[in-house]
Design a protein around this ligand. Structure first.
Ligand SMILES: Cc1cc2nc3c(=O)[nH]c(=O)nc-3n(C[C@H](O)[C@H](O)[C@H](O)COP(=O)(O)OP(=O)(O)OC[C@H]3O[C@@H](n4cnc5c(N)ncnc54)[C@H](O)[C@@H]3O)c2cc1C
Length: 389
């Protein structure tokens, strides 16, 4: 009997530990941080102390190597309470740490990973540009070699964790030349925060994840050592695709955890709120709504955990991570909408966490590849004619 739906004791203990942390330390401050658009160094450090940034990193660099499923359970539990802190964790791990861990050389890993894994510092992944969003290969930022240095010019937008006081390094995708077939040669280069002519500016006014950090980056003849190249020259596009495969699992976890949190709020309110002399959850239309929400969440969980199982067993998981990201984010979308509906007018007030869930879910339809892009990825995997563009 190879099929086993039981989580291990280790997974259950991790879930309990992260749930306690999120309920005791994040929940009391989440709304205030959201109101003030304030990034929390304290909570980031705490997530580091609890080992949450190192769940997929080997002990050599300070991690626990517990695997994708553990990381996804931790992210899910944080997102159940607050999307902003989950975003800091998910982007910190999947977009910040992963490329350095998987493609960096020993020197780069020893230099950057220990502090990233303990949450003392953050790394970011600079892919998106003003004119290169879904079409990530349309990167305009350039890097050329001048002696033993890369000279970088260009800009990036919407980069998570890139402009806080503890942001230490950005993995920047740049055009470094032309490939043999005439296409752009893309490479990733490590650019430490604080490098002259590298400006990282926080962006304000977000509807979603207001307590997470999002930055605009500018490079104007910014020089970094030649040895800051990540992996081999010309491998940037491939590195980006692999990084996003893992990242989609964590966006899936944010959708799943957020949906679970919104559902629990709705269930509690359905018991407490009475109209026409009865709890509103006892009206059949609302009971069915809650049953549908619960069922959809369970479907999303099965798909996401299967994708994690594939990743942990070193099997291909690109298609499954795209499917899990799509289903989990669209589940959150529907569940948060129902949860607000069940709260009536109170659901529109900041006093109730469903208001934050309703806003935060929207990012998941857009970040790390929009829902349309996930459908393109899935369509290509299943062999539709053409490129599904
Ligand atoms: C809060 C936040 C954090 C982010 N963090 C990061 C980060 O850390 N690093 C990073 O590099 N990026 C980050 N991003 C950027 C994010 O990945 C992009 O916003 C996303 O990929 C979409 O790109 P775009 O916004 O340019 O939209 P566009 O690509 O302009 O898309 C606009 C619309 O057109 C649709 N569309 C585009 N092409 C097609 C097509 N071929 N077929 C059908 N529909 C299509 C899209 O689905 C979308 O609905 C972040 C964004 C936000 C808002």
């Amino acid at each position: 009997m190879a099929l086993d739906f039981d989580l291990t004791e280790e997974h259950n203990m991790l879930r309990k530990m992260v749930r306690t942390f999120a309920e005791k330390e994040i929940a009391p401050v989440a709304q205030e941080l959201d109101d003030k658009e304030e990034f929390s160094i304290l909570l980031t450090n705490r997530m580091g102390e609890l080992g949450l940034f190192g769940l997929c990193v080997s002990e050599e660099y300070g991690g626990s190597d517990m695997g994708y499923l553990s990381y996804i359970i931790a992210t899910e539990e944080i997102a159940r309470i607050d999307g902003s802190q989950a975003a800091t964790l998910a982007a910190g791990c999947s977009l910040g740490i992963s490329p350095i861990y998987y493609f960096g050389n020993d020197d780069q890993k020893s230099q950057w990973l220990p502090d990233l894994v303990t949450g003392k510092t953050l790394a970011s992944f600079g892919l998106t540009e003003p004119d290169a969003g879904s079409d990530a290969g349309a990167t305009k930022t350039t890097a050329y070699l001048e002696g033993d240095r890369w000279v970088i010019n260009g800009s990036k937008i919407f980069i998570t964790n890139s402009s806080t006081e503890i942001s230490a390094i950005c993995v920047v995708q740049a055009v470094t030349g032309k490939s043999q077939d005439g296409s752009k040669e893309l490479s990733c280069i490590l650019v430490p925060n604080g490098t002259p002519e590298f400006v990282a500016k926080p962006m304000h006014g977000k509807m979603v994840w207001r307590a997470s950090n999002t930055g605009e980056l500018y490079f104007k003849d910014c020089r970094v050592p030649k040895k800051n190249l990540l992996g081999k020259r010309g491998e940037g596009f491939h590195q980006m695709l692999e990084t996003l495969d893992g990242g989609r699992l964590s966006i899936g976890a944010m959708g799943l955890g957020g949906a679970q949190g919104a559902f629990e709020c709705a269930m509690k309110y359905s018991h407490e709120r009475e109209q026409f002399g009865r709890p509103i959850g006892s009206f059949q239309v609302n009971a069915f709504k809650l049953a549908d929400m619960y069922t959809e969440i369970e479907m999303a969980r099965l798909l996401l955990y299967k994708a994690c199982w594939l990743a942990d067993n070193k099997r291909p998981f690109s298609k499954e991570s795209a499917m899990a990201k799509l289903v989990c984010s669209e589940t959150y979308h529907r569940v948060a909408n129902h949860a607000v509906q069940l709260h009536g007018g109170y659901g529109l007030m900041k006093e109730y966490p469903v208001e934050r869930h309703y806003r935060n879910q929207k990012l998941l339809d857009i970040g790390e590849g929009t829902s349309e892009v996930q459908r393109i990825v899935i369509a290509r995997h299943i062999g539709v004619p053409g490129k599904a563009l």
